[in-house]
Design a protein around this ligand. Sequence first.
Ligand SMILES: Cc1ncc(COP(=O)(O)O)c(C=O)c1O
Length: 407
Amino acid sequence: MGITKNDFVSQNHDTAEINTLLIHSDDVVNNRIVNDVAPPINVTTTFRYSSNPEDWIPWADQTPEEKEKLLNHDFVYSRLSHPNNVRLETNLNNIFDGYTTIYNSGLSAFNGIINYINPKQVFLPDCYHGIKSICKIWERNYGTKVYNDIDEIFNHLQEGDLVHIENPINPFGTVIDIKKYIDYAHEKKAYVVWDATFAPSPIIKNHWDFDPDFILHSLTKYYAGHSDLLAGCVVTKSSEIDTFLKNDRIYLGTNIGNLESFLLLRSLRSYELRVEKQSSNAKKIVEWLADNKDKFNGNIIKVSHAITQRKELANKNQDVSFIDNLFNEDYTTPVFSVYLKDFNSCKTFIANLKYFQHATSLGGVESLVELRCLTDPNIDRNLIRISIGCESPKDLIKDIEQALKKI
Ligand SMILES: Cc1ncc(COP(=O)(O)O)c(C=O)c1O
């Protein structure tokens, strides 16, 4: 299974399929001094300047090309750039088919975007609570008006505003009609950020078909995939914006660390295999839960995921094309939520699971559950978020079944 890239920046970029790109598209920056197959870990924070005094050009006198060479090839100080962040960006430019700036977390990535846009107004749908908290800081410090209802764009959106769309939505696993919001935002000359953390490639058909201005990923989740590093990225189609973000990143102090870069590169090599497995597992488990929901003494109130959302809409003869247009046929998002009857039932269910770890986050090879109100202040207390890993789906279903029976 593979995704063929579209033609953006293709003159510089490899046109192979995603699983080949993940493993080979940073070969072009293989270090000539060592011949390691696994990229070396560069732990240094600082780099010796050239030994030739002719090369010592004051920063203020350097041309953009000289700065570019210094940052991407010669290196100065690892807060500015280092070999492994450059290597990662080289790889991800191919995967995302755009210009990628990498950060030390998903929230740092959003922080980079909001500092670039400097909006007077921000519009948010249901989304990750950390993004809402950054917007609250902007409201507190700069008087930015924050709307916590994305449909308010149809009443209040103005040029230069920021519209943040998370699709699929954390923690529900459901989707919104992203194109409708993006088209309207562009009519008004506002910027759209698509947080696609819950549906990285190749789950989504092609993110650029929907024409967002920025794509954001918490790479901590699926791209890292082993619950052992924090990272984020912003992708744009504009090299000017990319340069701007990278310059700001120097002074916001949000570049990814050396060791995390190395771990993330390692993870990219197996990314597609993992996501394919997580996605097919999730399909089986959501379908099983939806089919068997009523067999547990009324303990399951609702299963929330794009698959159940689609069924509900189709049963009411409502439009489902915005869901079908989003996903590649064989993929779905591996995160969903289950609402149980009450808080105690949630505790009993979670306490009796054998394979699902009770922890926040998602996207790792191990399946997780989370009583979401433990970290999200605004959520229904009876909602359990489930992130499906790479275990056998049969074992995961058996585990869920036995824990539900204990309620
Ligand atoms: C949808 C979404 N966006 C952004 C983030 C923030 O990412 P990070 O934890 O890497 O800062 C998260 C974290 O859970 C998330 O779920």
